[in-house]
Ligand binder design. Structure first.
Ligand code: FES
Length: 345
């Protein structure tokens, strides 16, 4: 089937198979259609149907609240029933050279391990290698549950055959009930990606500031893995703030300690505890790390005073926490171009 997308700057044509979501078909042919979550919540992929028929795979998608007429639809949820022509309200370019082009890949959960009482680490093996940049995410769909979920990769590799994720248990969440209720190793899943623009390349050549809450730390681990591998912190500073409620919610502390050991003093990692003061054993057990009390953006604000020059900030976590961080950074005169995050959870 032929899809035509009329954007503000030009029209794009691409092919789609009957089961292909229009957004995924366009992105996998290197057309940078608008999106944020890719999973039906943000409304960014909204388009208007001009001709042809489309089928909505998830009429209850929360992102439909942003639609204003019966002809509008979410490209990430809809398939074409024949040739269709649609319009989007933004400029749409082709991918720039070097940007990883997303693709659909078959995956299988290899293992799932609890990192805390409500955070799980998953390894998903892929049938074909996937190229991604540090800081990106993929969409994952599991059997029996409608819709994809966006998860950031923890690892960083070119042509990865395994992706590592952390997933937080959400009370009442369908997927989290599925994942946490019984062992899922060996389950086949669908993967689409990579997606996301909050990416890190060594050519950024700026000091890095990572602020993340809970499982949002996943993408930061990928950024740190790449930076450490390239000896980035011999030249540039890295400040990492990881926000959790209490020590029982903290994870990856040993990984941070090893990174700190490997990268030296230019990398500083602070664990921000919002609901308790750091217990005495925290510092003793992890002498390479720093501990503080407060919401992660407040702790970052206190400790980053005078350290914003030449900074590129990466943010992740619950939307209110990300919004608070953005406000704090703008007040600290970090330019919008140097504040990077993807809204996909
Ligand atoms: Fe489609 Fe977010 S609703 S990209």
């Amino acid at each position: 089937m032929k899809i035509q997308v009329n954007a503000r700057n030009r029209a794009h044509q691409f092919d789609a198979a009957p089961a292909d979501k229009i957004l995924y078909a366009g992105l996998s042919q290197a057309i940078a259609l608008p999106y944020e979550c890719g999973s039906g919540t943000c409304g960014t992929c909204k388009a208007r149907r001009l001709s042809g028929d489309i089928e909505d795979g998830w009429p209850e998608a929360p992102g439909r609240k942003y639609l204003k007429s019966p002809d509008e639809f979410l490209m990430c949820q809809c398939t074409a029933r024949g040739d269709v022509s649609v319009e989007v309200a933004s400029f749409v370019q082709e991918f720039e050279p070097g940007v990883c082009v997303p693709a659909a890949v078959e995956g299988r959960i290899r293992d799932a391990t609890l990192l805390t009482h409500d955070v799980m680490q998953l390894h998903i093996d892929l049938a074909t290698p996937l190229e991604f940049d540090a800081g990106q995410f993929v969409l994952v769909q599991v059997p029996g549950i409608v819709g994809f979920r966006g998860w950031s990769m923890v690892n960083y590799e070119r042509n990865a055959l395994t992706l590592v994720f952390v997933v937080k248990k959400k009370p009442g969440g369908q997927l989290s009930d599925w994942l946490f209720s019984q062992p899922r190793a060996g389950t086949d899943v669908e993967v689409f990606g990579p997606l996301g623009r909050a990416t890190f390349y060594p050519s950024v050549a700026r000091n890095i500031l990572c602020i993340a809450g809970g499982s949002g730390i996943a993408g930061m681990m990928s950024i740190l893995a790449r930076a450490a591998r390239e000896n980035y912190f011999t030249e540039y500073r890295g400040d990492v703030f990881f926000g959790v409620r209490s020590m029982k919610d903290a994870f990856f502390l040993d990984v941070f300690s090893r990174l700190r050991e490997q990268c030296g003093e230019k990398l500083r990692v602070t664990i921000a505890l919002s609901e308790e003061g750091p217990p005495a054993c925290a510092q003793a057990d992890h002498p390479q790390l720093e501990f503080d009390t407060g919401f992660v953006h407040d702790v970052a604000e206190r400790r980053m005073k005078g350290r914003y020059e030449g900074v590129r900030a990466y943010l992740a976590g619950p939307p209110p926490a990300v919004d608070a961080c953005v406000r704090m950074l703008l007040m600290s005169r970090v330019s919008t171009d140097n504040i990077r995050y993807d809204k996909f959870s």
